[in-house]
Design a binder for this molecule. Structure first.
Ligand code: HEM
Length: 189
């Protein structure tokens, strides 16, 4: 139930998958919105504060997710999946993890460019380890945006692939990431 089996994703993997999805979409929207704010807007400081705080917390969640993934069984692919398709799915999943970490690292480098720590909702702060590089803030900012756009685009393609499995292949790939058990879906495939 909590852990994955050869057949199904457990509750923890499913909850972490959808939590990360929701947070990434939220942070992407907040990030694009907040950089367009006027200096006198009350959200001019509040927006980045929330964006950075949630970003640091997301790092912990993604780390936990990766550990969970590496210490759990991987549900077998649905019957009928070709080898190239299976390889493409694994590569995409690997790249999604890589991009998640890369986006967060670049974000950290923007915030800590001037040597100040990142405050997380006033609860704790993450010290600035790498700072003072020439144009660090600008370069990290551009990289952060480019990687975030790449991450969201790849996640979009990944979501389209899930929909293709559901509506065209009519297999259980999407349903099992939504926690539906074989018996819930009627006819087994
Ligand atoms: C930022 C958004 C997203 C990220 C970063 C992401 C990442 C991942 C990763 C890394 C996996 C591999 C399993 C794991 O390691 O837990 C996975 C599996 C999966 N994702 Fe996503 N995902 C995102 C959004 C979505 C969306 C929007 C959908 C559906 C509309 C979706 C559907 C699925 C399905 C069905 C699987 C299981 C694939 C299988 O069983 O082989 N994902 N996702």
């Amino acid at each position: 139930m909590w852990r994955n089996t050869d057949e199904a994703y457990g509750i923890v993997a499913i909850a972490l998958h959808w939590l990360v999805t929701a947070v990434v979409i939220g942070l992407f929207a907040l990030g694009l919105w907040m950089v367009g704010l006027d200096y006198y807007d009350p959200w001019y400081r509040q927006g980045p504060f929330i964006h950075k705080s949630i970003g640091v917390l997301l790092f912990g969640v993604v780390l936990l997710r990766l550990v969970w993934r590496l210490t759990n069984a991987r549900p077998r692919l649905e019957p009928g999946t070709s080898l190239p398709e299976a390889r493409l799915a694994s590569t995409t999943h690997f790249l999604l993890y890589l991009l998640l970490f890369a986006v967060m690292l670049a974000g950290y480098l923007i915030s800590t460019a001037d040597g100040r720590p990142v405050e997380v909702f006033g609860l704790f702060s993450v010290p600035a380890v790498i700072s003072g590089f020439d144009q660090q803030e600008d370069i990290a900012g551009e990289v952060h945006l480019a990687l975030a756009i790449t991450l969201v685009s790849l996640a979009g393609i990944h979501a389209l692939a899930a929909l293709k499995h559901h509506f065209l292949d009519r297999d259980r790939t999407l349903m099992r990431m939504l926690g539906r058990r074989r018996s819930d879906t009627g006819t087994p495939h």
